[in-house]
Structures are given as C-alpha cells and as structure tokens.
Write a new protein. Structure first.
Length: 473
C-alpha cells in the first residue's frame, strides 16, 4: 500500500485530521497549478476550484483509498471542476447580457391606466371577482385601509392579508385586460387609490341627511358630522391624487420619499422614547427624595414633583401614537420593497435568486470543511466557518449577507440522506414577479443548494419534512 492510500485509509476509518492535512500538503501544489492554468490565471477562481477538489476528496475518501494513482484522480477532478466553474461563469455572463438587453427594451415603464378608460368597466370587473377577493380590494384600495386593518376583517393575519390583496389585485388586472384596459398591478393600485372613491356633492349629502332622519335637530347634527367627514375625504383624496401624479413621473422619487419618511419616523420614535426614559428616571429620583424629606424644603420638592408629573402626562399623551408611527414605518418599508421588486425584470429577479443560491452553496462548502476539522459537526453560527470561505466570496461586494440566512442544523455532517436535510435556509421568503409565487433558498447537508417556491407563501409543511434536530441541538 502506497503512502497516499495509507493516509486516505486513516482518514476514512479514523477521521484523522492530521492524515488529511498531510494529503493536502502533498498534493495542493499540483491541484492549484492545474486550476490556475484552467482558470486563465484567475487566482480567486483557482482557489475555489482547489477547495472544491479537496472537499470532494474528503467525501470520497473511503472509495479512493484503493485508487492506484491518487495524483491522476486529483488532476482529472481538477479539470472537471474547473470546466464546471467556467461554464457557470459563462452562463452568468450570458444572463447579464440578456438582462441588459431586456432592460433596454423595457426602459419605458408601463403607463398608468387612464381613469376615463377604467371608469366604465371597473365595477363590472370587480363583480366578476370572488367575494373574498372583492372585499380585499375594496378595503385596501377603495377604503384605503392598511393591511393591519384589512386582516381582522377578512379573518387573516397581516401577512396572509397582504398575499390575499396582491392576488385579488392581479385577478382584477386580468379581468380589466380582457376588457381592453391593460396595466401593471402597481399602476392599477395607484389608479384605484387616487380615483376609486370620491366625495359626494355637499348639497346632495345635506338633502339625503334631512330626508333620512326624522328629527330636524338630529338631522342638523348628523349633517355637520357628514360635512366634516366629506371635507376630510376631499383632503385625503387630494393628497392621494398628488402621490399618484408623483408616482407617474418616476418610481425613483417614490422610493426616495419613502426612505426619507422612514428615516424621519425612526428619528421621531427614538427621540420620544429617549425623552420619556429621561423623564421617568428624574421622576423616580424626585419621588425618592420626597419620601426621605423632612422640614420646609419638602413643599418645594413636592411642587417640583407635581410639575414633573404634569410634564410626564403631557409627554405620555404625545407618545400614545408610537404604535401608529411604527405601523406606518413598517408599511412604508414593505411598500418600498415591493416597488423595488416590481421595477425589476424577470431576468433580474431570476439572476438575484441564482446569486443567493450560489451564496448558500459557498457557505455550505465552508461548513463541510469546518466539520472535517471539528469532530464532524456542522458549525452553530456563521462566524465559526467565516475564515474557511473562499476569498472571492468573503471579499465580494454584494447585498447578500448572513443576516438573511439562518442555520437550522449543526449535527454530524455524514448523513445517509444528506441531500434531504436542510442545514441553511433563507429567513424571509421573496415575492417572484410577475406570477406571484413566493420563494426561499435552502442549503442541504450534502453540499447542494436549491430554491423552493410556494404559491401561498407557506413553507412549513415542506420544511418539516426536511429539517432534522440533532442530539446536540
């Protein structure tokens, strides 16, 4: 038995880390040099290929211990993996070129449907929707309710209400398209928000109120209330109309305004919270002093305490709308994210999904190397395996971060069904336009990654079949 076979045998039977390190030392120069030539001098790609070759060697150690010439296997495997990496790079460049070409074709955004065209066919299309879909559109776009308000009415959670509204809006858009009114879902939402509900004439409201109520006094009081509501509706309609005009000019302006409002809301929330905390601290300090006070100075302290309590009551009143501000903040973030996704072409969204899948696969490779060095256990956090990432991944300028993923398995990495055990998953599902499905990226124990889609956005059943809890979790 030659020395390579002996080292492989020790690693395969005893999981000897020192044996595998010796194998790497003996053959790394051969593998890296071949990878560098095949990568046309690209050192980052050569490093990635070299790491993949030795990971494959570790995975097949039991079988390769009887191989007559390990150098030949390593040389051939390096070529195969380098060619695979080259093909992957070529496909990525082809997708980028196709996406750029599609961007040129789609540079002019879809116009907002003209209200004169939408007006005569809107209600007919609305009544062709199912009852639940019709109510969802009415509450969200005719009554301008937030998703948090729509949810309880429909008996749904906020997230489920959002998906219901989006599906209903897409069905309405399809119905209108059959009647010759074409638009995108985003443009239709803006048109409905600004025009679907308008203020009734003031004279008519007064006449209707007087005729409907038996008491003249009651009629007068209710007319005043209705006049106030009508005035508020006019103001609200005017503001929304202005937003529709701004959205028609450019989607970029909407995003910038949303981000500015988010920052302003964050600042206001933080400032009010800090003020309240300082006031509560001062209030407690003065209460303690008052409790210990004796003599003429007590009255002065009592006056100061009463003043501070009055200020605390005022500040408490001002912070009663914190929950509303937080909800508006969350809604703006959600609207901003949806608008950004709708502005992207299908090819761009597909390319982003492929990039997230590659990102997960690179981390899985680092996890497997970590496991070989740590009693065959997957890491419990990303920091443990960060140093094992290829340089090209660790230094890449990308919006994908580990905050978007979570580790759900950190047990032994040698599993008989590793291709069906989730190790890494994306935390937040992403909406896939234009068909509306939801997708998440997953990484599996055998080292592969994949993107799974669900029409309703519920991944629980699928995940339960593939998530395994190890003894040390």
């Amino acid at each position: 038995m030659n020395e390579d076979a002996e080292l492989l045998g020790r690693y395969a039977s005893e999981h000897s880390e020192s044996a595998f390190i010796e194998l790497i030392r003996r053959h790394v120069n051969l593998v890296y040099s071949a990878a560098l030539r095949l990568a046309c001098g690209d050192t980052h790609r050569a490093e990635d290929v070299t790491q993949q070759v030795f990971s494959e060697l570790a995975r097949q150690a039991q079988r390769l211990r009887k191989h007559p010439a390990l150098d030949g296997w390593l040389y051939t495997t390096t070529r195969l993996l380098a060619l695979r990496a080259h093909r992957t790079e070529q496909r990525r460049k082809a997708r980028e070129q196709a996406a750029n070409a599609m961007n040129e074709l789609l540079r002019i955004p879809a116009p907002e449907p003209a209200w004169d065209d939408l007006f005569p066919v809107l209600d007919e299309a609305m009544h062709k929707l199912g009852e639940k879909d019709r109510v969802a559109v009415l509450l969200r776009y005719f009554q301008n309710q937030t998703l948090k308000e729509v949810g309880p009415t429909l008996g749904l959670s906020e997230n489920a209400a959002r998906m219901r509204v989006e599906r209903a809006l897409e069905k309405l858009r399809a119905q209108l398209a059959r009647n010759g009114v074409t638009s995108t879902a985003a443009a239709l939402a803006l048109a409905l928000t600004g025009n679907a509900t308008m203020a009734a004439p003031a004279a008519f409201v007064a006449t209707l109120t007087s005729a409907s109520l038996p008491s003249a006094a009651a009629a007068s009081g209710t007319t005043l209330t209705l006049m106030k509501l009508m005035t508020m509706t006019k103001i609200k309609t005017g503001v929304i109309g202005s937003l529709v005009v701004a959205g028609a000019v450019t989607s970029l302006v909407i995003q910038q305004q949303s981000q500015a409002k988010i920052r302003e809301s964050d600042g206001a929330l933080q400032q009010q919270a800090d003020q309240l905390a300082r006031l509560q601290t001062e209030r407690e300090r003065l209460s303690n002093l008052l409790a210990r006070a004796n003599g003429p100075a007590a009255e002065d302290r009592l006056s100061e305490l009463l003043r501070l309590r009055a200020e605390a009551a005022i500040l408490s009143q001002q912070t009663n709308d914190l929950a509303a501000l937080q909800e508006e903040n969350r809604r703006l973030r959600e609207q901003n994210s949806q608008l950004a996704n709708q502005m992207k072409t299908p090819l761009q969204l597909k390319d982003e999904g492929y990039a997230r899948s590659l990102y997960a696969r690179d981390w899985l490779l680092a996890f497997r190397v970590y496991a070989m060095q740590n009693q065959e256990q997957f890491p419990t956090n990303f920091e443990q395996a960060a140093s094992l990432l290829p340089d090209a991944v660790a230094k890449a300028a990308t919006s994908i971060t580990t905050d978007q993923f979570e580790i759900v398995y950190h047990g032994p990495y040698e599993l008989t069904n590793g291709n069906n055990v989730i190790v890494l998953r994306e935390k937040q599902a992403r909406r896939q336009w234009p068909h509306g499905n939801w997708s998440k990226v997953y990484g599996f124990a055998d080292g592969h990654s994949e993107t799974h889609s669900e029409a309703e956005g519920n991944f629980d059943t699928w995940e339960k079949q593939r998530i395994v809890t190890s003894a040390n979790q």
